[in-house]
Ligand binder design. Structure first.
Ligand code: PRP
Ligand code: URA
Length: 205
């Protein structure tokens, strides 16, 4: 269920983000821009409803988005993708799931969760720039499902084969959208070639 989005604008922004010489400010801007292009691609099948519109010349029936969209960034790095989605879907609700990877075990540790109600009929976009071992995304998806979420798309920037395999095994019906499928994880669970620690690069920590 992995879809790599090959659009040239996505690929060229990702290449700039990977560059070690790209500073925090540019990294953040590129992340928002890239996320917007990815969201444009993954929302193609969202439903529309008719709406009466009066143009300066006459009335007509326009079509507007008819979807309860819920965006769920995984804290912290996922918040760097928030603006990119909200610029395109300003009416989206936002839930937050706080997870960090224990640096020794690489297991996700949950520290925060606040999700909007009525997840059962929502189009949920779970966002996190990195899919490494898959532990964080699997845990976040478990939480969303536990709260009633059904229609989930997982959007990341860089995926490792190990993370794709683990996530697909845990949540076989949820599509993963990534800008790149990288080579492998290193011994510390970092993606190679990757882009480093996404949270640190976004927030300058
Ligand atoms: C990073 C990243 C993912 C996670 C991916 O977060 O943003 O959430 O690692 O790794 P995994 O697939 O092996 O779980 P991190 O734990 O560094 O926390 P942060 O966002 O607060 O920096
Ligand atoms: N988290 C990151 O931020 N980067 C990686 O390469 C792996 C996990």
């Amino acid at each position: 269920m992995l879809h790599v989005l090959e659009h040239p604008l996505i690929q060229s922004k990702l290449a700039l983000m990977r560059d070690v010489n790209t500073g925090n400010e540019t990294f953040r801007r590129l992340l928002e821009e890239l996320t917007a292009f990815m969201v444009y691609e993954i929302t193609r099948d969202y439903p529309l409803r008719d709406r009466a519109i009066t143009t300066p010349l006459e009335t007509m029936t326009g079509r507007v988005l008819d979807a309860n969209v819920v965006l769920v960034p995984i804290l912290r790095a996922g918040t760097g993708m928030l603006g990119g989605v909200l610029n395109l879907i300003p009416m989206a609700k936002v839930g937050h799931i706080g997870l960090f990877r224990d640096p020794t075990t690489l297991e996700p540790v949950e520290y925060y969760c606040k999700l909007p109600p009525q997840l059962s009929d929502a189009h949920i976009i779970l966002v996190d720039p990195m899919l490494a071992t898959g532990g964080s995304a699997i845990a976040a998806t478990d939480v969303i499902k536990r709260e009633g979420g059904k229609d989930i798309q997982f959007l990341c920037l860089v995926a490792a084969p190990e993370g794709v395999a683990a996530y697909s095994a845990a949540h076989p019906n949820i599509p993963i959208y990534a800008a790149a499928l990288d080579r492998q994880l290193n011994k510390k669970g970092y993606i190679l070639p990757g882009l480093g620690d996404a949270g640190d690069r976004i927030f300058g920590t």
